[in-house]
Ligand binder design. Structure first.
Ligand code: FUB
Length: 318
């Protein structure tokens, strides 16, 4: 299969793919050139709007539906529109996104539209009790909807413990349990958390929590949830080791058991993805920095077919 970028007229990243009304919709970040300094805080990821893309099928023509939401139209958000996602309920579309608020703290917002491609109108306040970045929505077969989220370093997840904010909070090191992604069920109107945010545990093959020092397997950012043959698959980026990996559970909250690698490091520092089924085939949407010859914050979305073995293990994608 071709490894060409799906979109070449804009820099795009963090693709969240869903099938709505039989069509594949992709909700990415819209990367841009910026004067902001490059640092571990991620200031160089200085995005100000979102475009939505769609296609009949993988390999078909990709439609750019234009700007679906702009920073200047979000009352509470001041900078950095990072990785978004979307969900559908009762014919309405809910677009979830992170941004820094007036105090520089990342929060999650929601915007509502009548069509999968938007436009979306942002709620005036962020989701109460939300923090950090990379919201990934998941609607289960019973209709319950969840948002998974969190990212370390620039995404500020290390500043949150027990849902309390400590701006001096640091990432743990050594043998202590690694920081986990967060999850909360959504209210029936899809606009608020219906419960206290929970931290997800990811365990090794012996049932012990993955350690902070286990950089090849522990959580960093970019969570995604999908269900395959009744099992819940939490996939994510390991961050500074640049792998996409997955862990499985028999329920949406976990604990999850580490399963293996999906994708090896790509060109560029970040790696971020989504997994979606369309017409019986499974697809991995992800990004790299090949379109900009390796500039970390100028990325492009790609797609590859994903396969499972008979036991339900995801086969590594080359
Ligand atoms: O696009 C900005 C950030 O880079 C995302 O939120 C992270 O997941 C990483 O891809």
């Amino acid at each position: 299969m071709s490894d060409k970028p799906l979109i070449t007229h804009l820099f795009t990243a963090d693709p969240s793919a869903h099938v709505f009304n039989g069509r594949i919709y992709v909700y990415p970040s819209h990367d841009r050139e910026t004067d902001q300094p490059t640092n571990d805080n991620g200031d160089q990821y200085d995005m100000v709007d979102y475009h939505v893309f769609s296609m009949d099928e993988v390999g078909g023509e990709v439609t750019d539906h234009g700007v679906a939401l702009k920073l200047e139209d979000i009352a509470w958000a001041k900078t950095q529109l990072w990785a978004p996602d979307a969900a559908e309920k009762d014919g309405k579309y809910y677009f979830y996104f992170p941004a820094r608020d007036a105090e520089g703290i990342f929060r999650l917002g929601v915007a509502v539209g009548d069509k999968p491609e938007g436009p979306f109108v942002a709620e005036p306040e962020p989701i109460k009790g939300s923090y950090s970045i990379d919201p990934a929505s998941f609607v289960d077969e019973d209709g319950e909807a969840y948002v998974y989220f969190g990212g370390i370093w620039g995404g500020q997840l290390q500043q949150w413990s027990g849902n309390q904010h400590d701006p001096k909070g640091e990432e743990p090191t050594g043998d202590v349990p690694a920081i986990g992604p967060r999850v909360a069920k959504l209210t029936p109107d899809m606009k608020q958390f219906a419960e206290e945010v929970r931290e997800i545990q990811i365990l090794d093959e012996n049932g012990a929590p993955l350690k902070a020092s286990d950089h090849d397997r522990r959580y960093f950012e970019g969570p995604w949830m999908h269900k395959y043959n009744g099992r819940y698959y939490l996939s994510y980026s390991t961050g500074d080791t640049h792998y996409l990996v997955y862990a499985t559970a028999d329920n949406p909250y976990g604990p999850f058991t580490y399963g293996g690698r999906i994708l090896e490091p790509v060109i560029g520092w970040t790696t971020h993805h989504s997994i979606v089924e369309h017409n019986g085939r499974w697809w991995l949407f992800h990004h790299d920095s090949s379109l900009s010859n390796g500039v970390n914050h100028l990325r492009c979305v790609k797609v590859k077919e994903l396969f499972y073995d008979e036991a339900g293990n995801i086969k590594p994608v080359s």
